[in-house]
Ligand binder design. Structure first.
Ligand code: KG4
Ligand code: ZN
Length: 334
């Protein structure tokens, strides 16, 4: 069964072809980072316009890479939300037009479910149930998964998402957008103990997160430094900030496994590409008698392979999308 996945929720236009829910035949991602970098973040209207320009070439490139034509596609899977509405509408309208004109079944996919299942695009695959830590630019949430379509939200951020914190801290340090990759690169040369930043644990047994205080603490620390001092302290600031984010994420993930009794943990989402976070979670596994599964780095950030995979599983449950379907900005899973 061939699934064509289409993703356009934020600043990546992506298309993928997946065979039988396992074999990835094509995975094309066109990133708009250069367009938005000068503004220090995604400009929604520019993003929508660029999706309009990109969607046709990206989809045709994916089909060509896979060596298949539209006539051979059995199912279309498209991101329905959450995300920037103007961006979502581009992928959604494009997919619906193909579905209607070619009479191909269409399934709308929640972007978060795509991230949660992206672990199954890699070689090491967990059995159900497991706890999934999803840390991205828009969400930082813990889930329990009992099947590919059965999720329970355990906790989420009350303010900034982890990726958003990386992006905001990078902006205040003058490092550009997106913040995660540049901060993790600079942090390699820094000392995580050089500054003491807060770790928000919230109430006892809470699986919620809060990163806005950490971001403010970094801003206050930057204000205390003389402007001439900043360049020489950048690596230390990045390392100390990154350590605080990673420790909170690992700590809350361990708590989630204790509270649910799950012995398997999955890390997903754009922030899951962070090497220090991956290292800390892997190290915590044996201490807590847990099997840790890290989403392969190429599937951590936004892509359409994960949307095709989630769509494939919805199709198995006959959860097809009707003509009245629409996009949404906030996920029912968060
Ligand atoms: O999953 P994603 O591509 O898009 C959303 O669904 O939000 O995540 C993007 C986020 C950005 O905030 C980016 O700064 C962050 O993931 N990110 C990272 C790293 N690579 C990307 N954060 C920390 N370390 C990284 N290496
Ligand atoms: Zn995402």
């Amino acid at each position: 069964m061939l699934v064509l996945g289409i993703e356009s929720s934020c600043d990546e236009t992506a298309a993928a072809v997946l065979n039988n829910g396992r074999e990835l035949l094509a995975n094309t991602v066109d990133s708009q980072i250069e367009t938005h970098a000068v503004y220090g973040g995604v400009v929604p209207e520019l993003a929508s316009r660029q999706h309009v320009r990109n969607i046709y070439p990206v989809v045709t490139t994916a089909l060509r890479q896979a060596g298949v034509g539209l006539d051979e596609i059995d199912l279309l899977a498209v991101t329905e939300g959450p995300g920037l509405v103007g961006c979502l509408l581009v992928g959604h309208a494009f997919a619906r037009a193909i579905a209607l004109s070619r009479r191909i079944p269409l399934v709308g996919v929640d972007h978060l479910s795509g991230h949660l299942l992206s672990i199954f695009l890699g070689a090491e695959q967990p059995e159900f149930p497991f706890v999934a830590m999803l840390a991205s630019g828009g969400h930082t949430s813990l889930f329990r998964l009992d099947s590919p379509t059965d999720f329970e939200l355990l906790g989420r951020t009350r303010d900034d998402a982890a990726g958003e914190a990386f992006d905001k801290v990078a902006k205040l340090l003058g490092l550009g957008y997106p913040g995660g990759p540049v901060i993790s690169r600079l942090a390699e040369a820094g000392d995580p103990a050089s500054f003491s930043f807060p770790r928000a644990c919230l109430e006892k047994d809470s699986l919620d997160f809060s990163f806005s205080g950490l971001k403010t603490a970094v801003a206050l620390q930057v204000n205390r430094l003389r402007p001439t001092e900043l360049p020489s302290r950048l690596a230390d600031l990045c390392a100390a900030f990154q350590e605080a984010v990673a420790e909170v994420i690992v700590g809350k993930t361990m708590l989630a496994t204790q509270l649910t009794g799950c012995h398997r943990v999955v890390l997903a989402g754009g922030v899951a590409a962070n090497p220090r976070l991956r290292e800390l979670l892997l190290a915590a596994g044996p201490e807590h008698d847990l099997q840790v599964y890290l989403t392969p780095r190429q599937f951590c950030t936004d892509n359409a392979a994960m949307i095709a995979l989630a769509g494939y599983h919805l199709f198995q449950k006959r959860e097809l999308t009707g003509a009245e379907t629409d996009v949404y900005s906030r996920s029912p899973y968060s």
